[in-house]
Write a protein that binds this ligand. Structure first.
Ligand code: ADP
Ligand code: MG
Length: 459
């Protein structure tokens, strides 16, 4: 069968199995560009279509293709934008504005930080959307509010970058502040600030002041505790503050990017204190939650641009990542629509979101992934490429193989070549193993999430 004919047959089947908008959005202008040995190459219109199709539809496409041609064992994906899209010429000034929108860290307006509590009023429980990903952490927060210092103490909330930890713990603080009419003494502090205060306290011989300051607090909220692990003096001071507050039934709320169990350089006694309270995680939001979050974010915007429901759905589909990125996509989209003076139609929005996503994905390369994993596990690229079977090396090596396949859709033989000319069945084996283990082994899946966050957020 000719490639073109084969693909037409596959599309015919696929059209029956996936929704029409999805079919239209992702597979329009797709074609098979090549077949080598047991692998076909599928060309898609954009980097985002590539990521989406290969993540969501790989299995089903492969299954259908194999019905027509059982010889095919794998699909690799490539981007080949259709030629028809001719871009209008853009002035350098607009180009610069657009580049800023795509690459800068953007945020909705900051509101104000209350000097007494250090809380930012933009984080409230009212604008915190509750979904399956955070409901345990949220209801633990409500528990804390109803019985400050007695129920769930300490409250330890953990989860990856940009999933809402800071929002939730500050929201709890703001709610307590409101309910108590400012009577409760609340203090929010990042663990970096806390560390600096301890260092300065020691240097200026003002530790007593610092001790008094924190021991007057009724509710201590400390963000990103992972930063104090490994810093001995800070841990010591935090431990003493913690004990003093805890013994007086004062409430402590902590956030961390990983569970207490994974805080490897945390003093044991601190860790067991954390584990003795309430530990709740926040994970990735599902589609419905993402849409709800987008709508909430729009409520705080001017009414200059109005997005209808389909657009929210589209943003959520194209940005199934953390909430900070989701929010970033929305802000960038609004910026681009404004600069280009475009109406927020599905076509315009879709094209802009693809641009935003292409920008994001272009930053990630195999070397990126390798370097991040190597750093995470404190090893070297040389050791990874080498053939030692030491446990400390086998695991990161397999994770690299897994990520190159899962995230970049490299073919097994490409990965094999990249990693010291191994046999491609080794890669297949590693990929299958990690895919399976990730489901059973929570620690592994958390580690891989942390690694992915580092890969995607360091850009
Ligand atoms: P983290 O501290 O976990 O890195 P943040 O709390 O800073 O994440 O959240 C990142 C962004 O996403 C913030 O702008 C926050 O308001 C928003 N956000 C996160 N979770 C929610 C949620 N459940 N509802 C509304 N906005 C959220
Ligand atoms: Mg945070």
């Amino acid at each position: 069968m000719e490639l073109q004919e084969l693909w037409q047959s596959v599309l015919g089947e696929l059209e029956l199995q996936i929704s029409k908008p999805n079919f239209q959005t992702w597979l329009k202008n797709s074609f098979l560009s090549d077949k080598k040995d047991e692998t076909v190459c599928l060309s898609l219109e954009s980097a985002f279509a590539k990521e989406w199709v290969s993540n969501k539809y790989h299995k089903i496409i492969l299954k259908i293709i194999r019905n027509f041609d059982p010889e095919i064992k794998d699909i690799i994906y490539q981007i080949q934008p259709s030629e028809e899209k001719t871009k209008p010429t853009i002035s350098p000034h607009i180009k610069k504005l657009e580049a800023d929108i795509l690459s800068k860290t953007l945020d909705f307006p900051n509101y104000s930080i209350d000097p007494k509590t250090n809380l930012n009023s933009k984080y409230t429980l009212q604008n915190f959307v509750v979904g399956a990903n955070n409901e345990l952490a949220y209801s633990a927060g409500l528990g804390v509010i109803s019985e400050v210092g007695r129920k769930y103490n300490p409250l330890f909330i953990y989860g990856g970058v940009g999933l809402g930890k800071t929002h939730l713990i500050q929201g709890i603080g703001n709610e307590l502040r409101k309910l108590s009419k400012n009577k409760i003494n609340i203090r929010y502090v990042s663990s970096e600030t806390f560390t600096n205060e301890v260092i300065n306290g020691i240097r200026m011989k003002k530790m007593d002041d610092l001790k008094t300051k924190y021991r007057k607090v009724d509710v201590l909220i400390i963000d990103d505790i992972q930063f104090i692990s490994g810093k001995e003096a800070t841990q010591q001071e935090f431990f003493h503050t913690f004990n003093a507050l805890y013994e007086n039934n004062k409430q402590i709320i902590i956030s961390s990017d990983r569970s207490p169990y994974l805080l490897s350089t945390l003093e044991e006694r601190l860790r067991s204190r954390f584990e003795g309270g309430m530990v709740a995680d926040i994970s990735y939001p599902d589609h419905e939650t993402r849409v709800a979050i987008l709508k909430t974010k729009m409520d705080s915007q001017g009414k200059e641009i109005i997005l209808n429901n389909d657009i929210f759905e589209l943003i959520s589909q194209k940005f199934p990542y953390n909430i900070r990125e989701l929010e970033g996509a929305l802000i960038r989209l609004l910026g681009m629509l404004k600069i280009r003076k475009l109406a927020p139609t599905i076509e315009n929005t879709s094209a802009i979101l693809d641009e935003i996503n292409n920008h994001r994905i272009r930053m990630i390369s195999p070397d990126n992934i390798i370097a991040t994993v190597v750093e995470f596990y404190n090893t070297t690229e040389k050791e990874i490429i080498g053939h030692s079977r030491k446990k400390e090396l086998v695991k990161p090596r397999q994770i690299i193989m897994y990520l190159l396949r899962e995230d970049l859709k490299n073919s097994f033989s490409t990965i094999a070549r990249k990693l010291g000319n191994r046999d491609h069945t080794t890669i297949l084996h590693a990929y299958n193993k990690i895919s399976k283990d990730i489901i059973k082994n929570k620690m592994l899946s958390q580690e891989i999430n942390l690694i992915k966050e580092k890969i995607y957020n360091n850009n």
